[in-house]
Design a protein around this ligand. Sequence first.
Ligand SMILES: Cc1cc2nc3c(=O)[nH]c(=O)nc-3n(C[C@H](O)[C@H](O)[C@H](O)COP(=O)(O)OP(=O)(O)OC[C@H]3O[C@@H](n4cnc5c(N)ncnc54)[C@H](O)[C@@H]3O)c2cc1C
Ligand SMILES: NC(=O)c1ccc[n+]([C@@H]2O[C@H](COP(=O)([O-])OP(=O)(O)OC[C@H]3O[C@@H](n4cnc5c(N)ncnc54)[C@H](O)[C@@H]3O)[C@@H](O)[C@H]2O)c1
Ligand code: SF4
Ligand code: FES
Length: 805
Amino acid sequence: MAKKRLVLVGNGMAGVKTIEEILKIHKDCFEITVIGEEPYPNYNRILLSKVLQGDTTVKDITLNDWNWYKENNIRLFVNEKVIQVDPNAKVITTHIGTAISYDELIIATGSKPFILPIPGKDKEGVTTFRDIKDTETMVKASKNYRKAAVIGGGLLGLEAARGLLNLGMEVTVVHLGSSLMDRQLDVTAATLLKEELEVQGMRFLLEKNTTEIIGHERVECIRFSDGDFLECDLVVMAVGINPNVELANQAGLTINRGIIVNDYLQTNIPNIYAVGECAEHKGIAYGLVAPLFEQAKVLASAVCGSLASPYQGSVVSTQLKVSGVEVFSAGDFIEGGEKKALRIYDEQDGLYKKMVFKGKKIVGAVLFGDSREGTRLFSLIKKNTDVSDTVKVSLLQPLGGEAGESVVASMESDEIICGCNGVSKGSIVQAIHEQGCATVDAIKSCTSASRSCGGCKSSISELLEITLGEDFDPASHKETLCGCTDHSRDEVIEAIRTKHLMHTREVMHVLEWKTSDGCSKCRPALNYYLGMIHPTEYEDENESRYVNERLHANIQKDGSFGVVPRMYGGVTSSAQLRKIADVADKYNAKLLKVTGGQRIDIFGIEKEDLPKVWEELDMPSGYAYGKTLRTVKTCVGETFCRFGTQDSLSLGIALEKRLERVGSPHKFKMAVSACPRNCAESGIKDFGVVGVEGGFEMYVGGNGGTHLRAADLLGKVKTAEEVIDYASAYFQYYRETGVYLERTSKWLERMGLENIKIVIENPEQRKELNERLNLAVTVQEDPWKKIINNDKLKNELFESVTIQH
Ligand SMILES: Cc1cc2nc3c(=O)[nH]c(=O)nc-3n(C[C@H](O)[C@H](O)[C@H](O)COP(=O)(O)OP(=O)(O)OC[C@H]3O[C@@H](n4cnc5c(N)ncnc54)[C@H](O)[C@@H]3O)c2cc1C
Ligand SMILES: NC(=O)c1ccc[n+]([C@@H]2O[C@H](COP(=O)([O-])OP(=O)(O)OC[C@H]3O[C@@H](n4cnc5c(N)ncnc54)[C@H](O)[C@@H]3O)[C@@H](O)[C@H]2O)c1
Ligand code: SF4
Ligand code: FES
């Protein structure tokens, strides 16, 4: 008997997933034809954000390559757009006249980005962000132009903006509403998100309605309804999507927003189905892959005539794919009426967690700053679990109770680990036991987990470790420096040393980086490692640093900057205070604030005024923005305090002078207290000193921030000189062995206190560490002075801002 002819229009994520599911059920049931308008085989659209951000390449996001179609006897037509369906003759026709008959037809034409219907929308330099072509347009623009405006502060707009920042552009996100990601976040989470992204260098214009795109051939600026302008030479529209129903309309299918389908994805015309973003089920057209893949499974069963369970709609969860930001949102996250919220908000550390309950059930959640509980909460929401017997706040802690315990370990077998592909913990454990999967890639091949957004990779890796126990081979789960390379941090360091590599580009070239320019993760890390290894030869690459370090000041919420001059040991003078007061008045500072590190922060300085402020202050930079020694906090000590046993002020000042300016993997905070009353809080510092009878105790690995940790005792010495000797060796050892962006609290736990002690207590090694640190110290120069004395640098960094009124 001749096989039935199955035709798929749309070679995208939902359509091809349906074909994969069909092949799993009946490999040879159909003669399959796929027609796609794009010129590529099926690729992972989700990862275009990662391509733009420089974490992967177009080559690496193919889901099914050309061979896959051949191997499965699928006829593939690319670069062809289907323009007609004749449901009576059961024939489709493409724009170049290819006519194909079908018995069953699946329409999976996805969505079209919404384009604001405003004058100038067709100008050169205006793009959407939907496919490979758009991504390439943006990458190309970033090579020749500098100022990008992203219209739309939703998931897509923010991921695009992060990518453009990584490509070196100045990026302003223009958003219509008053808070970002308004479809996924409440106002508190959106505010925290905005603050975090501003720190990363993104600018925002909220409550702005774009009315015109202005320019000759190419965009030069955009105009808003309130009369303001924003200069830009690239505009990315990310203001939502509309189901692509053009073809369905022509075919006579019933349409609302999308193509109306029933619980088996059938349209109103027999033998025609719709799946993915183009389909509308019970009034909803979904825009995330998890529900679309659920639809694909149901449709595959239905088309194959298997007993399919009906599609009943989906609860969705989202995560923003921007490194350094953890945001999670699921279900119905806005409280009110019957829906009651439970919130935890740690304002100081920027952690926010909210659950929304309706009766006995949890119906929605928002997490900011720490999204580890997202998988569990989403599972409870999806399963409609009765949580009335649970202490609700415990839902935001790992099940085992112990903070830090693995969330994955405490998950039930039927809980979902890979949200995109609907793969449970049980299925992954089964693949490990029964199919011998021992790596994340093997799990991906066997179960599809981690095949889409990749957000579940770390959980899968953890599950492998838990399940395989001693058989777990960490080498096969080697953590690479970032997605641009297969090399780990240690391998990169080794290559820099042995091959004497001297430039980030050289490292990328010699180690065959997968991206041409690296990304926001590897560039700053390479810049640090190169400087640490070749202190006297390497020339720091300012452009590889994050914005605060590049501009040597702390960017604030409103785009102005905070300036913190150095005050050794927290000691100042009336002359310094007068200068600070004068500068604050002259440059309209909005706030003068004593910081937690005992320094004065001058807030509200405009970017272009920074060099003048520094010049007039005539004080060294306090490095409040730097990955280096921040401050040495001191108590007044024996000179003034009746309890003091040591001179904490002199020691604090000496330590600060010894270690200042030298780069480290992350910020490094110190304190010296002159007695165990510990007024300088030495127990929560990276290196803290406490004066005791007959000497000093030295404490290490403390942290008073998000991951609160009491410091461990490193040892006791008799003199201030010995403290400086130990502290310097400790700092240098951290510089040499720390992973970039790893605080000492984590580093210490990774290395083990005893192992660190063996090195630091060894006089020979301590001497060598000090010598290597001396070398790094010799090349340090005050960055404020350097910029003041260099007109070129000054102009490059501090030219005026782009927003005009
Ligand atoms: C940059 C970006 C990042 C994203 N990140 C995430 C994420 O992190 N998580 C998540 O869940 N979702 C994410 N999404 C959304 C996700 O990619 C989509 O939901 C998913 O791709 C939709 O699948 P689809 O098959 O319905 O549509 P598509 O993948 O768009 O496929 C439709 C295909 O049909 C083709 N086509 C259309 N009309 C015709 C025609 N007449 N003839 C022939 N071919 C035609 C189109 O060219 C296209 O290739 C992201 C989207 C983008 C753009
Ligand atoms: N990480 C992820 O899950 C992810 C990433 C990217 C894209 N996506 C999906 O891709 C699709 C498209 O994303 P999106 O962000 O464009 O859609 P969206 O609808 O989620 O967000 C669009 C945003 O643009 C704003 N907006 C609307 N009109 C505007 C105007 N005139 N000026 C300024 N802002 C305006 C809206 O308020 C909204 O916040 C969505 O389905 C999304 O879920 C998901
Ligand atoms: S730590 Fe001791 S010496 Fe220092 S101020 Fe406090 S009480 Fe005085
Ligand atoms: S959660 Fe997206 S691939 Fe697993």
